[in-house]
Design a protein around this ligand. Structure first.
Ligand SMILES: [Zn+2]
Length: 604
């Protein structure tokens, strides 16, 4: 089934001005006008009839599935009016950040409101990440539907239809299917919220992978990446996913890419980029790079595999989803950690990456894990996901969370004598539960132990509920891999002993400062102002870093940093790059190691 057509251009004429007929009493029709993008607002009309007093509150989302963050989209609503069938205004009252009460809901015929996009709105608290936000730019528009449309109290499971008015020269990409009148149809608010749109000068490509129709829409500011190049990567990733899952979990899937360019990122002061998963699509908003890197491929694999969890395997705490009150589940180790592990190991098992490349991924994840708080358990990270202090720690689900899943896989393979790994247990859970059959939040660990081995209870207690150091040295040895704490890297470019990240002010700061970097006087979070006498910022960083790379280990590099508003000058000694948490092939591996390695390296 093909959901959208590249040449689909909706023609808006006089009919757009007419009040549409709702097909059932509480069939909700949304119309959003973004044709005049210069005013930077989503102009929304909501048509509805047959409401009762129970439905007198219109809620905007505070959070949305997969984001694990408070976004409070009510903050971006600029005007809000309600009308009856004769066009008389009904009184409304804003009763909380995200909710409006309509006094005579039974008379309501139309809501009219404007919403500002999150990309360039001025606000400081609870920053909305671009892939979870809304953007109106000169040449593209991102609509995360939960950021523009709300739902009436009690009607979260009612169907709705959406019409979008936009520049007719542009293309729209979304996994929703339009009806013959050009309305996109969603069976529930959850389905609507699960269906983002990108609109703009998009390139388009499609293919069929096994039984699945796959479409790719790409906006790329500098045209270095187009839908055809994404499709090549998508095809390989989806083939690997097909082997991993063993069946086509959905009949159609869309990859929606926005490569915005560095300039857009800086102007909007985004602190992070990435992707957000949905049931029939995934949305990527990032600055873009030359070509489709392995990083983008990994991201595509990760987002696609979210179809398994949390989209189909999730706890009763997040299904039905509470858009109004952010409610944390304890099982993000599964939703994010197991998904991240699956997305890497499935590529190794399909031959897209080698065993060595897979081992380097584990090493990188362990190296990243070192900079996070080691005393917080995955379960604690999950339960506190919505707390501000957990925002940075959350990233460790992609590191420690994924390595924990990798260790659980090895333990299961060992206990089952090579017959059942984590993938097999995971697929069995998917057979047991499903989109509309959530697992019990509080009993899930017991369910998992019952399905596997009593020893797994200890694993869960130590590494998911507890924060014991992961047993990677011992476990990887079971597969015939020897652990080496640190080796000189084959990469001969010298290093200053830190990575770079943007802070909330858009400045470049030190991240992951190594022991050597610390000896040179650097600390985590120092803002780098000058390197080799040159101003250091997003524009100049690349060329300056290349100058540093051309120097030698032992050379001195003068830098100026800012720490707690004080500037200091440091003479940093350039160092040999080191690889940490390295796994190497053991010599003379035993039959048992060989046997477990073999089981580990394929989908059983
Ligand atoms: Zn994820």
């Amino acid at each position: 089934m093909k959901k959208l057509f590249l040449s689909l251009v909706l023609i808006f004429g006089i009919s757009y001005q007419l009040v549409p007929q709702t097909s059932s009493e509480t069939d909700i029709i949304y119309r959003v006008d973004v044709s005049n993008y210069q005013d930077d607002l989503f102009h929304v009309n909501v048509f509805v009839s047959g409401l009762t007093q129970e439905n007198n509150i219109y809620n905007f989302a505070s959070t949305a599935p997969g984001t694990y963050s408070i976004m409070d989209f009510g903050r971006f609503v600029k005007s809000f009016k309600a009308y009856d069938g004769e066009g008389n205004e009904l009184s409304t009252e804003k009763i909380s950040t995200n909710s409006w009460e309509i006094t005579h809901a039974e008379k309501l015929s139309k809501l009219v409101y404007d919403v500002e996009d999150t990309f360039d709105a001025e606000y400081t608290e609870h920053k909305v990440l671009p892939m979870a936000g809304t953007g109106i730019e000169d040449d593209f528009i991102v609509i995360n539907t939960f950021g523009v449309f709300g739902y009436f109290e009690g009607l979260q499971s009612n169907p709705s239809r959406v019409k979008v008015k936009y520049n007719p020269d542009w293309t729209v990409g979304t996994a929703l299917l339009p009806d013959e009148d050009g309305y996109y149809v969603a069976e529930t608010f959850d389905r609507l919220a699960d269906s983002p749109f990108i609109i703009g000068e998009l390139s388009y490509a499609s293919t069929k992978v096994n039984e699945m129709e796959v479409e790719v829409y790409v906006y790329c500011a500098d045209s270095t990446i187009n839908a055809d190049s994404v499709l090549v990567a998508a095809d390989e990733i989806l083939q690997a996913a097909g082997k991993y899952i063993g069946y086509s979990p959905v009949s159609h899937y869309d990859f929606l890419f926005c490569f915005t360019g560095i300039e857009t990122f800086q102007r909007n002061n985004f602190s992070a980029a990435g992707a957000l998963e949905h049931s029939y699509s995934s949305l990527y908003v990032q600055p873009g790079m030359s070509g489709i890197s392995q990083e983008v491929r990994n991201e595509m694999a990760h987002e696609f595999l979210h179809i398994l969890t949390p989209l189909n395997l999730h706890s009763n705490v997040i299904q039905p989803f509470n858009f109004v009150v952010p409610t944390a589940s304890e099982h993000i180790w599964l939703y994010e950690g197991v998904t991240e592990w699956s997305s890497d190991i499935m590529q190794m098992r399909a031959g897209l990456i080698s065993i060595d490349e897979y081992l380097s991924i584990i090493s990188e994840k362990l190296t990243f894990n070192d900079r996070f708080d080691q005393d917080i358990s995955l379960s604690e990270m999950s339960l506190n996901a919505y707390n501000a202090h957990m925002i940075n720690e959350f990233l460790n689900f992609y590191n420690r969370g994924a390595v924990t899943a990798a260790m659980l896989d090895i333990r299961l393979l060992e206990l089952s004598n090579g017959t059942t790994g984590l993938r097999e247990v995971f697929l069995e859970l998917l057979r047991r539960y499903g989109k509309d059959k959530p697992f019990p939040e509080d009993e899930f660990f017991e369910v998992f132990v019952d399905m596997t081995y009593p020893e797994i209870e200890q694993f869960i207690n130590d590494y998911i509920l507890g924060a014991e150091p992961l047993p990677y040295v011992e476990y990887m040895e079971k597969l015939g891999f020897r652990y080496v704490g640190e080796v000189p890297s084959e990469d001969i470019r010298p290093t200053m002993g830190f990575a770079l990240a943007r802070n909330e002010n858009g400045e470049l700061m030190t991240l992951n400062v190594s022991d050597e970097g610390k000896k040179n006087g650097l600390e985590e979070g120092d803002v780098v102002l000058k390197v080799l006498g040159e101003e250091f910022n997003m524009q100049t960083a690349r060329s300056i870093i290349h100058e540093v790379w051309a120097m030698n280990v032992g050379d001195t590099c003068n830098i100026v940093i800012k720490r707690d508003d004080a500037e200091m000058e440091l003479n940093v000694i350039l160092m040999q790059r080191m690889d940490r948490h390295v796994f190497k092939e053991m010599e003379n591996i035993t039959e048992r190691q060989k046997f477990l390695r073999d089981a580990w390296s394929r989908n059983l």
